[in-house]
Design a binder for this molecule. Structure first.
Ligand SMILES: NC(=O)C1=CN([C@@H]2O[C@H](COP(=O)(O)OP(=O)(O)OC[C@H]3O[C@@H](n4cnc5c(N)ncnc54)[C@H](O)[C@@H]3O)[C@@H](O)[C@H]2O)C=CC1
Ligand SMILES: CC/C=C\C[C@H](O)/C=C/C=C\C=C\C=C\C(=O)[C@@H](O)C/C=C\CCC(=O)O
Length: 261
């Protein structure tokens, strides 16, 4: 898929990985809808992106992805503004083991809803022209994080759901590719949440052990994740792919043993 004049919706697009991906898409002359909970950060982000890439190429939509009605409206607003939808990046995520129900709601339930809304606007089963969906998981799905059990569970769920949907899209000839991106630790505000008892709950006592693990594995930059994201978007041969990005191996793909009867 070429990126020129494609329309992308990025949840959690106001900062961190989502913002880096939005910038990379704008650099490639895509149009971008930044969908984010945080009004101040989102409006500030749009101002900067408008200055760098010109007005009219991105919009900010304040939306809690856990609010199904608002998420639906965000998709509709994007299509009304830009006339179509080609790329959906379900990136919004939180790390909260104290309010773990919220973590499931944002990281998994809302991602599932975002995937279904993306198909309503892109799939040939709805008379649309096709597209690509990237769902953001984590290396926590491969090296479980004992200090983030529910976060780990949601990221495992993202992979399972996305791979199943990729098969459904192929079997149903949706014209939509669905891929997963699993970053290791990335230098964003989310990573700072390991210091907060409000986020870590009873696991805060393992803060120093967690920080040792981060030191051991290293910390990536959001721009490195954006590079992987563009590959998943533009390589039309990728459907059901699980991309990993780590300091040790860079961009690589998880391979699954074929199921033997
Ligand atoms: N930072 C890291 O070390 C890693 C992050 N990830 C995943 O990458 C994704 C992005 O994370 P980061 O950029 O690091 O986080 P971040 O906290 O820097 O940015 C996340 C953005 O999502 C927004 N957001 C949070 N809850 C929302 C909601 N309910 N509705 C709408 N927007 C919401 C926030 O306002 C924020 O702008 C997440 O899914 C995270 O789990 C995966 C692996 C590593
Ligand atoms: C508060 C932090 C929140 C989320 C951060 C993130 O989502 C959690 C990541 C959890 C584990 C990260 C593991 C990183 C592993 C590596 O960097 C690899 O280099 C380790 C070596 C091999 C992995 C096996 C493989 O690549 O298949």
């Amino acid at each position: 898929m070429a990126l020129y004049r494609k329309v992308a919706l990025v949840t959690g697009g106001a900062q961190g990985i989502g913002r880096a991906v939005a910038e990379a898409l704008l650099k490639n002359e895509s149009k971008v809808a930044l969908v984010d909970l945080n009004t101040k950060v989102g409006e500030d982000c749009k101002k900067v992106l408008d200055q760098e890439f010109g007005e009219g190429n991105c919009i900010f939509i304040q939306c809690d992805v856990a609010d199904r009605g608002k998420l639906k409206d965000a998709f509709e607003t994007t299509v009304e503004k830009f006339g179509k939808l080609d790329i959906v990046i379900n990136n919004a995520g939180i790390n909260n083991e104290k309010n773990w129900e919220k973590t499931i709601e944002v990281n998994l339930t809302s991602l599932i809803k975002g995937t279904y809304l993306a198909l309503e606007h892109m799939s040939k089963e709805y008379g649309k022209d096709g597209g690509v969906i990237i769902n953001v998981s984590s290396m926590a799905a491969f090296l479980h994080s004992p200090h983030q059990p529910v976060y780990t569970a949601t990221k495992h769920g993202v992979i399972g759901f996305s791979r199943a949907m990729a098969d459904a899209a192929e079997e149903g000839d949706y014209g939509v590719r669905i891929n997963v991106l699993c970053p290791a630790f990335v230098d964003t505000p989310l990573l700072q949440s390991i210091e907060q008892e409000d986020n870590m709950g009873k696991f805060i006592k393992y803060k120093d052990v967690f920080k040792e693990k981060i030191h051991k594995y290293g910390v990536l930059q959001p721009s490195q994740i954006a590079e992987g994201m563009l590959k998943l978007i533009t390589d039309s041969g990728l459907n059901g792919a699980v991309m990993k990005i780590t300091c040790s191996k860079g961009i690589h793909f998880h391979t699954y043993e074929p199921l033997s009867a």
